[in-house]
Design a binder for this molecule. Structure first.
Ligand code: UDP
Length: 321
């Protein structure tokens, strides 16, 4: 669809471009021949994440909160809206900003895409399924979300973002894409963002107790960032307007994840159990049938391989390498 390699002037705007996923996406789009404008207000993102791109002549970055309108000169071919706090700790710390970026921010970025005749690409989330009663979760499942719980600021904002996206698609005939991203991990996660992988790595590398919440039997399926980004660029290239799950089918309990991270770090930390946060989903695993069919995509990085690469990043950040 894009034939980008032969059209070096195509331009992508990546919101949240200095975040964990956004920075990997900027890097990949540049490698694929796009011009990239990174937009980030650096609340949870970090300039460090795109420091290696700063001297690329096809890269520019703008510090801006996309919950406020953004007007850009010149053509834009794709707007990829990845801006949002994404860790439960972060969205508890920034509840109103999280609601705003998912709702007002999505509206603003749809407006930008519409004004430019660009494709709009929404980073949605497995959180739209809430604490799922269907397992694994296909895109046709409508979810089980508590609208007034602590996670609602993220979950409901992303659900509204999907509704906004479909309304613009139906009303204005815009080209839109929706990816529902399941748990992902890798280098450039903020080391203290409070999610399970960064917490366990930080704790193991510092020989502090690993804090497993609840009895640790709750599960997640963890996808390595490079696999996820591959799925995202494939989705940008195909003509498909419905939501598409991306993640892995390898489900792991949190106590097993803690044990594996501790062992891979060569740490002597003990594992301690702490209270389970409110509305913490019991189980989560994507049904990947649609992604396989539409994108010909499947993740291929094993959990051990991905953890090893991520631990190397954490060691480097902590200076324990
Ligand atoms: N978790 C944990 N210890 C921690 C951080 C998280 O046991 O130090 C658990 C959390 O309760 C949840 C799972 O790990 O069951 C994944 O949490 P995370 O914050 O990574 O993402 P979520 O999938 O909940 O959005």
């Amino acid at each position: 669809m894009w034939a980008v390699r032969n059209s070096p002037s195509l331009r992508a705007v990546v919101t949240g471009g200095a975040g964990f996923l956004g920075s990997h996406l900027c890097e990949r789009l540049l490698a694929d021949g796009w011009r990239v404008t990174c937009v980030d207000n650096l609340v949870t993102g970090a300039a460090r994440n795109v420091a290696n791109l700063r001297h690329h002549k096809a890269f520019e970055s703008i510090q801006h909160n996309v919950s406020e309108p953004l007007y850009l000169d010149d053509a834009v071919d794709a707007v990829l809206h990845f801006a949002s706090p994404a860790s439960p700790v972060d969205y508890a710390d920034h509840p109103i900003a999280t609601l705003k970026v998912g709702t007002l921010g999505t509206h603003n970025m749809l407006g930008l895409a519409r004004a430019k005749g660009a494709t709009f690409f929404l980073a949605s989330t497995s959180e739209v399924y809430g604490d799922p009663q269907v397992h694994p979760q296909p895109e046709t499942y409508w979810g089980n979300v508590n609208p007034i719980g602590p996670r609602a600021v993220y979950d409901e904002a992303k659900r509204a973002a999907e509704a906004f996206t479909m309304a613009y698609h139906r009303t204005h005939g815009m080209k839109t894409r929706i990816v529902r991203i399941f748990n992902s991990y890798g280098p450039r996660m903020r080391i203290n963002d409070g999610r399970a992988v960064p917490n366990f790595m930080l704790q193991a590398l510092r020989n502090q107790p690993l804090t497993v919440y609840g009895d640790g039997s709750q599960t997640r399926s963890l996808c390595y960032v490079d696999d996820l980004i591959e799925g995202i660029v494939r989705l940008l290239e195909v003509d498909y307007d419905g939501p598409v799950n991306l993640g892995t089918a390898d489900e792991v309990s949190m106590v097993e994840l803690a044990t594996r991270i501790r062992d891979r770090c060569g740490s002597s930390s003990e594992i301690v159990f702490k209270p389970l946060p409110e509305d913490d989903p019991r189980q989560r695993q994507p049904d990947l049938t649609r992604a396989q069919k539409i994108l010909g995509w499947a993740p291929h990085t094993s959990l051990d391989e991905g953890l090893t690469r991520t631990i190397a990043y954490f060691r480097d950040r902590l200076g324990t390498g």
